[in-house]
Design a protein. Structure first.
Length: 432
């Protein structure tokens, strides 16, 4: 790709908002994406509603918070960084001594200069987060402890969009949207998802597949969505991808489905050929909403995609997860991977040769007409592609068997189809 969406701008616009499972920050984020992609529909679940084994929690709003020493000096100010407050903290306004306060301050001692991201969604408590080095230097004395928040019966919101194609079979993209000011985890996933949605609408002509895009609070959001849509998803999803931590430029990560044998796994494996620092993780290393979409009785054909995987890069779940980590180049790399997969599905996954025997490529200017040692190397991928164009072997498998990046195989699909040498099918058939 050479024409990318301004994903880094979208991320910077949204970075200051204090997102959580619920609340105004998450609502504002969903509305921002709805302005980018009006097809997104926002759905609500009421506090107390039962969704499978879970209950929708109370809604959380936070206005301000700080710790104020008797001298007037303030620490852990929410107005400076929203990670300073334990996410979903209950309100408090009282005075206490330092010794009483310290157990309510969360730090990351092994990363002493960064504020950790800490949550308490399902047990009510109050707390602050700060750099460990700062906590160590808090002066003795009394402190006003102030958190202006509230928990109340409200709603949890999520958004989805379905772009129908000629087939009801769906490609499914999901990303969590509940994290506050951290650029990679998890602002980058929703941003990439919206870029992919724009790509399908604006650049995919005559969709073969339908597309479903989902923005959800992690865990509870996917469970809530599944409580309404399990049968539809199980019937329609052909391949799914959970997008998380996709904005840095350090690595490419594939989190396999439970057995690593779905079309989504094959697609990601082929799309990552030739990339630097590719890491494949088994399902045992899961951590995002692939847990819910691949759970027993659900078992969607879904894999996880990251640049640097969550919990595997040092800035994860800290205030250092900022725009020194996430770049437009990082987004572009993730965008290329996912759009190459979309292109493969749309061209047709299963090429079937239209000639008996090997076609004469030279007369079509698709093969050198001078035969000399070494001058056939440039068309080896083309010849290998045709050798497996039997209607049973997918372009993902052709890419993996030949060690050729999916983007290159897609180009061969385009060229050979334009020359009427292969028919590109969405389903396996096979030569007679």
């Amino acid at each position: 790709m050479s024409d990318y969406y301004p994903m880094i701008k979208w991320a910077k616009d949204l970075f200051p908002l204090c997102r959580s499972l619920t609340g105004s920050g998450t609502r504002e984020t969903l509305q921002y994406f709805k302005r980018l992609n009006p097809e997104l529909e926002i759905h609500s679940f009421d506090s107390g509603q039962q969704v499978f084994d879970w209950t929708i929690p109370k809604e959380w709003e936070i206005n301000d918070a700080y710790i104020e020493h008797e001298s007037g000096q303030r620490f852990a100010q929410f107005s400076i960084h929203n990670l300073h407050v334990l996410n979903y903290s209950t309100p408090i306004d009282t005075v206490m001594q330092l010794e009483e306060l310290l157990p309510h301050i969360y730090t990351q001692p092994d990363q002493p200069d960064w504020i950790p991201y800490v949550t308490s969604y399902y047990k009510e408590r109050w707390g602050f987060c700060m750099a460990h080095s700062q906590k160590e230097q808090l002066p003795a004395g009394s402190y006003r402890v102030f958190i202006d928040s509230r928990l109340f019966d409200g709603q949890l919101q999520l958004a989805d969009a379905v772009l129908p194609g000629s087939s009801k079979k769906e490609l499914f993209f999901s990303s969590p949207i509940c994290h506050p000011s951290m650029a990679n985890n998890e602002l980058s996933g929703p941003v990439l998802l919206n870029g992919l949605m724009k790509y399908v609408k604006e650049r995919v002509v005559d969709q073969r597949f339908s597309y479903r895009f989902l923005l959800i609070p992690e865990t509870i959001g996917s469970i809530a969505y599944l409580s309404r849509h399990t049968d539809t998803l199980k019937n329609n999803v052909y391949a799914g991808f959970n997008l998380a931590c996709v904005g840095d430029d350090r690595a490419y990560s594939h989190i396999q489905s439970p057995y690593g044998n779905t079309v989504a796994d094959a697609a990601l494996q082929s799309a990552l050929i030739g990339k630097d620092n590719v890491v494949t993780y088994s399902y045992l290393s899961r951590g995002s909403d692939e847990r819910q979409f691949c759970a027993p009785h659900i078992e969607l054909p879904l894999a996880g995609f990251c640049r640097s995987k969550f919990a595997e890069y040092p800035e994860y779940h800290t205030s250092a997860d900022d725009f020194d980590v996430v770049t437009q180049e990082g987004f572009n790399g993730a965008f290329d991977v996912m759009t190459s997969i979309i292109d493969a599905f749309e061209y047709g996954l299963y090429p079937i040769a239209k000639c008996l025997g090997e076609p004469q490529l030279g007369k079509r200017d698709l093969y050198p007409t001078v035969s000399q040692k070494g001058n056939h190397d440039s068309v080896k991928t083309r010849m290998d592609y045709l050798a497996y164009a039997n209607g049973r072997t997918s372009v993902f498998d052709i890419a993996s068997m030949t060690g050729t990046p999916l983007m290159v195989v897609n180009e061969e699909s385009r060229i050979l189809s334009e020359h009427d040498l292969v028919e590109l099918q969405s389903e396996q058939t096979g030569l007679a």
